[in-house]
Design a protein around this ligand. Structure first.
Ligand SMILES: *[C@@H]1O[C@H](CO)[C@@H](O)[C@H](O)[C@H]1NC(C)=O
Ligand SMILES: *[C@@H]1O[C@H](CO)[C@@H](O)[C@H](O)[C@H]1NC(C)=O
Ligand SMILES: *[C@@H]1O[C@H](CO)[C@@H](O)[C@H](O)[C@H]1NC(C)=O
Ligand SMILES: *[C@@H]1O[C@H](CO)[C@@H](O)[C@H](O)[C@H]1NC(C)=O
Ligand SMILES: *[C@@H]1O[C@H](CO)[C@@H](O)[C@H](O)[C@H]1NC(C)=O
Ligand SMILES: *[C@@H]1O[C@H](CO)[C@@H](O)[C@H](O)[C@H]1NC(C)=O
Length: 265
């Protein structure tokens, strides 16, 4: 049809200009002449299973589903991602997708996506949320350093959605915000990880209890700062000394000396 418009003798085009332009603009508005990602009716439709809440220890098997119910382009492949990272061995050429979480724990919570790649169209995805209550899974309990050294403390968590980390230092038992006038405190906050770095430890300011808070969970960590011990020449470690705490070493070496003295006598 379109070809015949353009093959018309030039003389007749002028007379047809109005209906021709009108027809073209109608086609453009409906979007059927130039289908593309903006054409709403050409967007693939994906139906997903409901969001899931994992309760640790419930042992209930979790199955996530995505069904590509309509698509105008042929499918190349599809796969699952968790927090934006492709889950290995989930790639298939299937419009009905399923992902099983066999041992559902808080670690498995997060944002899952099913992703569909097409032969000649942009990829499409849908989200299935897997929620779990937050939990702290690891942290440094204490940092024991010399004055002037740096301290590093961290906390790791699982759970989705991620609550915000809060960090306090206890002043006379009262949790207070860390005062950073000296500029020695550096905090790294990620969704599932937080870190406090304290540079150039000050014995008068830094020792004490620190408190991490994640939702309703509170954990304590301690910074211990000791004066830097300068080694006196007579304290230079003796390679021959037997293993054990320092006091034992010194008593042993005393005995050894006595023994040797007695032997030589
Ligand atoms: C997806 O398709 C399968 C097979 O037809 C069906 O059993 C399942 O219920 C569908 N899932 C959703 C979320 O629609
Ligand atoms: C995926 O499957 C569809 C339907 O069976 C088929 O048309 C298409 O060619 C397949 N794509 C690949 C890359 O194998
Ligand atoms: C899902 O689609 C959105 C919107 O196009 C995109 O920003 C996002 O990166 C996609 N996610 C995945 C996992 O492909
Ligand atoms: C502390 O101060 C330093 C220097 O101004 C700054 O770079 C750092 O981000 C601050 N730390 C915090 C936790 O605000
Ligand atoms: C935190 O989450 C990211 C993705 O969001 C993941 O790559 C990383 O392994 C997680 N870290 C921990 C400590 O769980
Ligand atoms: C005590 O023994 C330990 C372990 O062998 C050693 O590292 C340390 O230097 C010793 N201390 C003294 C005072 O000899």
């Amino acid at each position: 049809m379109a070809h015949s418009w353009f093959s018309l003798p030039l003389g007749r085009v002028a007379g047809l200009l109005q209906p021709w332009a009108l027809a073209l603009s109608l086609l453009l508005v409906s979007g059927s002449l130039f289908p593309g990602p903006g054409a709403a009716q050409n967007k693939p439709r994906i139906v997903t299973s409901e969001e899931v809440i994992i309760r640790d220890g419930s042992g209930i098997l979790v199955t996530l589903q995505c069904n590509l119910t309509s698509s105008f382009h042929s499918l190349k492949f599809s796969y699952w991602t968790k927090n934006g990272v492709e889950l290995s061995a989930t790639q298939k050429n299937a419009s009905n997708m399923e992902y099983r979480i066999n041992k559902p724990r808080a670690e498995e919570s997060g944002e899952y996506h099913c992703v569909f790649h097409f032969v000649s169209a942009p990829k499409a995805n849908a989200t299935v949320e897997v929620k779990a209550a937050p939990d702290i899974t690891g942290h440094k309990r204490s940092e024991n350093k010399n004055e002037g050294q740096d301290a590093m403390m961290y906390c790791k968590s699982v759970g989705y959605p991620h609550p915000e980390w809060i960090l306090h230092k206890k002043q006379n038992g009262v949790p207070m915000e860390i005062v950073n006038t000296s500029g020695r405190f550096f905090i790294i906050n990620k969704e599932n990880y937080t870190e406090l770095n304290t540079l150039n430890l000050q014995i008068t300011e830094d020792p004490g209890e620190y408190e991490w808070i994640l939702a309703e969970i509170v954990i304590l960590a301690v910074i211990i700062v000791v004066y830097e011990k300068r080694k006196r020449p007579d304290e230079v470690p003796n390679d021959d000394a037997p293993a054990g705490p320092m006091k034992t070493n010194s008593t042993n070496s005393h005995k050894d000396k006595n023994l040797r003295q007695r032997n030589t006598n």
